[in-house]
Design a protein around this ligand. Sequence first.
Ligand SMILES: NC(=O)c1ccc[n+]([C@@H]2O[C@H](COP(=O)([O-])OP(=O)(O)OC[C@H]3O[C@@H](n4cnc5c(N)ncnc54)[C@H](O)[C@@H]3O)[C@@H](O)[C@H]2O)c1
Length: 259
Amino acid sequence: MEFKNEIIYITGAAGQIGSLLTRKFLEYGANVILVDNCIKNLEDYKKSLEYPESRFLISQIDIANQNEVKDSIQKGIEKFGKITMQVNNAGASIFSPWFERSAEEIDLTMNVNLKGTFYCISEFLKAAKSQNINSVIVNVASHYGLISPDPRIYKNLKRRNSEIYGATKAGIIQMTKYFAANSIHDGFNTRINAVAPGGIFNPKHPQSKDFIKEYSSRVPLKRMGETEEVVKPILFLLSKDASYINGTTLIVDGGMSCW
Ligand SMILES: NC(=O)c1ccc[n+]([C@@H]2O[C@H](COP(=O)([O-])OP(=O)(O)OC[C@H]3O[C@@H](n4cnc5c(N)ncnc54)[C@H](O)[C@@H]3O)[C@@H](O)[C@H]2O)c1
């Protein structure tokens, strides 16, 4: 993989998938704008990076705020001259049951996952067009944007995957198709795809043993995914090897959505 001349804007950069992805971008030669709303995690992550600050920019914003997104993209362009790629990876999840759903939970999930992803795509594309740049975008959806969580996995557990999370991830899959079909038509030169990961094991904050057992038993590969197994498909979709792939959602779930 080579991303030498790329300037990559990645949201949720301080999280589980985003931090490994950012490290890979830096390793493969890209300069990176690390976007996240959690300053503590951004600062801690920054300390762990063995690359000079000339290679990256920390941007603490809430992607659900359009002005903050616009400003963050402008600051990235001021530092690096341009932005060529974007990964919309930041996401909000809620885990309470649907019959206890509050308006605040709905707003949070919709604002971050749908509005936030839209603001990032649209502000990035407008900036890229003004600089005549051919851009590439990958959105991070979820297999729960395609299938329902199986209630048998969550039956004895306090945390469930929610209906509103899945609905927003389905929206990201649709938004990906919309931009793939319409952006070039509208004069915005981009290639855009999504990944739909299944459950990924979290080594820092491991899921409960019960969850891992129940979840894994319903995956044809009989296990949860590793973070790297989501990162590599994202790198592929961004790379020139995927130059004729546009508007697709690559499912990375060990086959769980097959049945
Ligand atoms: N981990 C999984 O099992 C899994 C499975 C399917 C899909 N996904 C998706 O992958 C993406 C990354 O997940 P992860 O597991 O790395 O999660 P994570 O919680 O470790 O990382 C998400 C990051 O997004 C940031 N963020 C949240 N709201 C934000 C906002 N409003 N503005 C800016 N940043 C914000 C958080 O601070 C966090 O650092 C998410 O979109 C998630 O829905 C994850």
